[in-house]
Design a protein around this ligand. Structure first.
Ligand code: TRP
Length: 457
């Protein structure tokens, strides 16, 4: 049967496992997503709820997904099928992870477009530098890029191609090498930019913006956005993490590894905020510009300050690094599934990335030709482009659904003794809190998420 004959390779050490998984978590979601969402939702108040959502909803699911991967030791659908047969349950668990695999390729399709723009900006900053450019020139530059379908497709292809190259190599050579080196490099680069920002920008304003409680708003919407951001940022809900769980050695202490991964992810998000906002406030640009924060406002700031040429190269290279270590985790599960079906690893990696590349046209076109084409307007989703539909549909519906399914499987469908033996863990306080989160908190929080989506507009 598929996946049973060949043992999966392992990451070579505990540190490698933690760095690689943290690399999968840290990505575009941290560097532009987190600062923007936190700012939009009132800074400190959002931070508080985000920390709660991260701790009691997303992190327990992260541990469940890793555990399922290590127990199943195969690609996500195969792993789930094995566990279902072992637990003698009638429901087809593998269906959940097939949905996850579709989600992973859909995420990869829009992820590569945004990451492609980061690569292009890094390249541009290197060859002609943004130094001395006026705001109008930079805005026109961004608009020019977004209207050039061929250029956008080219850089998306470069990004997806790099991902395929890394995934083609075997686990230790490709994924591990990338994760081991790129994650620490990213940390160092961010710290450099934070130091730079605190010298040239307005750090007190940034701190107040991110951590101040002066515009505290606690609506259900803020709570739900915090849950959504928490899921996306630590990469749970498509099987990428489950795949890494399958590569994880039995010597890895799960609660410890999970703690490190989440702390690193949170650390990078906060560092990104501290890198970006002092510059934004120092120059008086709009903090809530969203994706534009990176591709428009930041180059405007970099253009004005001394050393901005080098800083902009560093920044966009960093963003591309962060994105690559995440996209690897998006491509690996489907590739592993195809390998089980007898495909060569490289062959599977290239075929899947070509599919992701073709799907990325839905995103590319959403920025130009289709910018006013709302495919599901007739269903009431007016104003959402193909890109928004994919991004929001996957993040807000698919990730929470797969996540809650994993929580329910670990919490309710597999015997508690089997879970404790697999961790392995005694029935400590920590175990009880985790188990309670999986059984009650996660399903309730996700149910609230959907009720809000249906009735909240
Ligand atoms: N977490 C990554 C980010 O913050 C994106 C990502 C990688 C992801 N793999 C994922 C999101 C799996 C959801 C599911 O940018």
């Amino acid at each position: 049967m598929a996946g049973t004959s060949k043992e999966l390779p392992n990451f070579t050490s505990r540190i490698a496992f933690i760095l690689v998984t943290a690399g999968a978590a840290v990505g575009l979601g941290n560097v532009w997503g987190f600062p923007y969402v936190a700012g939009k939702n009132g800074g400190g108040g959002f931070m508080l709820i985000y920390l709660l959502a991260l701790t009691f909803v997303a992190t327990p699911v992260l541990m469940a997904e890793l555990l399922l991967g290590r127990m199943g030791r195969a690609s996500p659908p195969t792993a789930m099928r094995k566990l279902q047969l072992e637990a003698r349950r009638p429901e087809p668990w593998s269906v959940i992870m097939w949905a996850g695999l579709v989600g992973s390729i859909l995420i990869l399709s829009f992820y590569s477009v945004i990451a492609g723009q980061a690569l292009f900006y890094g390249f541009e900053a290197m060859v002609e530098s943004f130094h001395g450019w006026t705001s109008e020139e930079i805005i026109a530059f961004d608009a020019g890029y977004k209207s050039d379908i061929v250029l956008m497709a080219f850089w998306s292809a470069v990004f997806v191609g790099l991902t395929a190259l890394i995934v083609s190599a075997d686990v230790t050579k490709g994924i591990e090498l990338a994760g081991k080196w790129l994650t620490p490099v990213l940390f160092v680069l961010l710290v450099i930019i934070v130091v730079y920002s605190s010298i040239y920008g307005d750090m007190p304003a940034a701190l107040n913006f991110l951590f101040g409680f002066d515009h505290l708003v606690l609506t259900p919407g803020v709570f739900l956005e915090a849950v959504g951001q928490a899921f996306f940022t630590i990469s749970v809900g498509v099987g990428g993490i489950m795949m890494y769980g399958a590569y994880m050695g039995n010597n890895v202490n799960l609660p410890k590894a999970v703690t490190w991964i989440v702390l690193m992810d949170l650390g990078v998000a906060i560092l990104a905020g501290l890198a970006i906002f002092p510059l934004v406030f120092g120059e008086g640009v709009d903090a809530a510009a969203g994706p534009g924060l990176i591709f428009i406002t930041l180059p405007i700031v970099f253009a004005k300050i001394t050393g901005g040429g080098i800083i902009s190269v560093l920044f966009f290279v960093l963003l591309a690094f962060a994105a690559i270590t995440s996209s690897i985790s998006l491509l690996s599960p489907t590739v592993a599934r195809l390998e089980e079906a007898g495909w060569k690893r490289a062959h599977a990696a290239w075929v899947m990335s070509i599919i992701a590349f073709f799907l990325s046209f839905l995103t590319v076109l959403s920025f130009n030709e289709w910018s006013e084409f709302y495919p599901l307007a007739f269903l009431g989703f007016d104003g959402l482009t193909a890109f928004s539909l994919i991004r929001e549909g996957v993040s807000n519906i698919l990730l929470p659904l797969v996540g809650v399914a994993c929580a329910i499987i670990v919490g309710w469908r597999i015997k508690k003794e089997r879970i404790m033996a697999a961790l392995p863990m005694q029935e400590t306080k920590l175990f009880q809190v985790w188990y309670f989160c999986l059984r009650f908190i996660v399903p309730m929080a996700i149910t609230a998420l959907f009720i809000n989506a249906v009735f909240g507009g």
